[in-house]
Design a protein around this ligand. Structure first.
Ligand SMILES: Cc1cc2nc3c(=O)[nH]c(=O)nc-3n(C[C@H](O)[C@H](O)[C@H](O)COP(=O)(O)OP(=O)(O)OC[C@H]3O[C@@H](n4cnc5c(N)ncnc54)[C@H](O)[C@@H]3O)c2cc1C
Length: 472
């Protein structure tokens, strides 16, 4: 008999949810975490960034409230207090994860674990056996070999920037992905001069290009330099070639290296145990099975999606298959990557799910689309005026009318996108979506109105045909 039903390696969102669900199902579970429960997300990722972004948003609201009838006088940021609040939020949530694991009967060990092979794991120097092993070791920041970056005290990764003890006057961000854009708008809102240097023609390459471009134009105070290749960092100068190949320099007090993250596939026995993997992640099927029997992998380490909510879902899928190997496949407990939403908590916020226009075209799909400015939403205008940055773009299949993609730029976008994911999961059509009732006045009504703005079938002659989207 094994020591445990399941050993989980890594206590981030993927690992702690898998352990919790397994414990709740009556399994004897050991969860090994070498640093802090909650992983990247709770300790140095999703949560501390949102805490500091909230401080920046509160500050900007107070400072810019005059058109809305609020004058707050001399508005100042107490950075030490903001950092203390961030630490309080993180420790509350980390303690919450610990309490939840305890309630689920999970044994948590603060130690590094190494996979020896199927059913065998070394935890804190002791060999333990288990019927199943779940790998959830996450990811780490990618550090490209840019001359002058390594060992330069001005260059930090996201973890370093989160811990900074003063707001930098000049911040240069290398990389226009989610992490780069969130930090750029955070510090721009707090008054820093911010430059983002991005190699590609547009920021947020996974997003619909229209949404990404509008977010870029709406991100007040951030200077974006597109199609620019960083060549070196010389002290506090970032040297880069601009779109025309001319050499330029951007001066910084702090340089954030935000060129992405890489799955943590080394240091815990993957190669030695014969686990199939590449630098892009541990190979898994849609039920999170690896090539080794009863060894599962979930979250960032798989490279399938580097998002916390995707890690949660992967953890739940692995747990479902471990608990009920016959029922789980029948219930369709599989990773459906096309319905995982993404969100950017910048100023303005954005979120999306499903195919972008470019992805639909690459797949050779014949689509219909509509874009609705959020200035049509009563709530949006009340809170932002008509000039605020906001748009909803909806993409559907021309023949079946199935909704293929929903992309939102504007306030509350990350809060509303789950509804769009449910629309895609349920394979609703444009006509189904038009029949759903949304609360008024909400910004989310933009999604419904985008459905009404989708061109009718040429053959259709039904109420609403060619109707202009009304004012909300
Ligand atoms: C700045 C930043 C902001 C982010 N914001 C968001 C956001 O807003 N929304 C979102 O969805 N995602 C966000 N992410 C991404 C999110 O944090 C990750 O997708 C998520 O944490 C992945 O969860 P995971 O469980 O796969 O891995 P992780 O959270 O990385 O956890 C892995 C854990 O495994 C532990 N571990 C590794 N090796 C071992 C070992 N051998 N033994 C024991 N323990 C081990 C590590 O210590 C770590 O705690 C952000 C990331 C960053 C860096």
């Amino acid at each position: 008999m094994s020591d445990y039903d399941v050993i989980v390696i890594g206590g981030g969102p993927g690992g702690y949810i898998a352990a919790e669900r397994l414990g709740q199902a009556g399994k004897k579970v050991l969860l090994a975490e070498k640093e802090s429960l909650g992983g990247t997300c709770l300790n140095v990722g999703c949560i501390p960034t949102k805490s500091l972004l909230n401080t920046a948003k509160l500050y900007a609201h107070a400072r810019d409230g005059e058109p809305y009838g609020v004058s707050a006088g001399d508005v100042r940021v107490d950075w030490a207090r903001a950092q203390a609040w961030k630490a309080e939020v993180v420790s509350t949530l980390v303690a919450g994860v610990g309490a939840t694991e305890k309630k689920a009967g999970v044994e948590v060990v603060k130690a590094a674990a190494t996979l020896i092979g199927p059913g065998a794991v070394e935890v804190a120097g002791r060999r333990r056996s288990a019927d199943h092993v779940v790998i959830a070791t996450g990811s780490v920041p990618a550090m490209p070999p840019i001359p002058g970056a390594k060992g330069n005290p001005a260059v930090v990764d996201s973890t370093g920037l989160l811990a900074i003890d003063a707001i930098p006057k000049r911040l240069v961000v290398i990389g226009g992905g989610v992490i780069g854009v969130e930090f750029a708008s955070l510090f721009a809102a707090l008054g820093a001069q911010v430059d983002v240097i991005e190699m590609l023609p547009e920021i947020l390459p996974f997003a619909d290009a229209d949404i990404a471009a509008k977010l870029r134009r709406g991100a007040t105070g951030v200077n974006f330099h597109l199609q620019c290749q960083v060549q070196s960092v010389e002290g506090n100068s970032v040297v880069y070639a601009d779109a025309k190949g001319r050499q330029q320099r951007a001066e910084a007090d702090v340089v954030l290296m935000a060129v992405g993250r890489r799955p943590l596939v080394e240091g815990w026995g993957a190669a030695e145990a014969g686990l199939e993997h590449t630098p892009k992640g541990v190979a898994v099927d849609d039920s999170m099975r690896t090539n080794l029997p009863n060894v599962w992998a979930v979250g960032d380490v798989t490279g399938r999606s580097l998002l916390a909510h995707a890690a949660y879902r992967m953890g739940e899928i692995a747990a479902a298959h471990i608990v009920d190997p016959v029922g789980a496949p029948r219930q369709g407990q599989l990773l459906r990557a096309n319905t995982i939403p993404w969100a950017v908590y910048s100023i303005p916020e954005a979120a999306g799910v499903g195919l972008t226009e470019a992805q639909a075209k690459d797949k050779g799909l014949d689509i219909v689309k509509a874009s609705i400015p959020l200035a049509m939403s009563g709530r949006f205008v009340a809170e932002n005026g008509v000039k605020g940055a906001g748009v909803v773009k909806l993409i559907a299949d021309r023949a079946s009318r199935a909704v293929l993609g929903v992309h939102v730029l504007g306030p509350y976008a990350p809060e509303m996108i789950w509804g769009a994911a449910a629309i895609l999961e349920s394979e609703l059509t444009v006509e189904d979506l038009r029949q759903l009732v949304f609360p008024h006045p909400t910004v989310s009504e933009g999604i419904r109105e985008a459905a009404w703005a989708i061109p009718e079938r040429a053959s259709d002659n039904q109420p609403g045909a060619n109707r202009q989207a009304p004012e909300l």
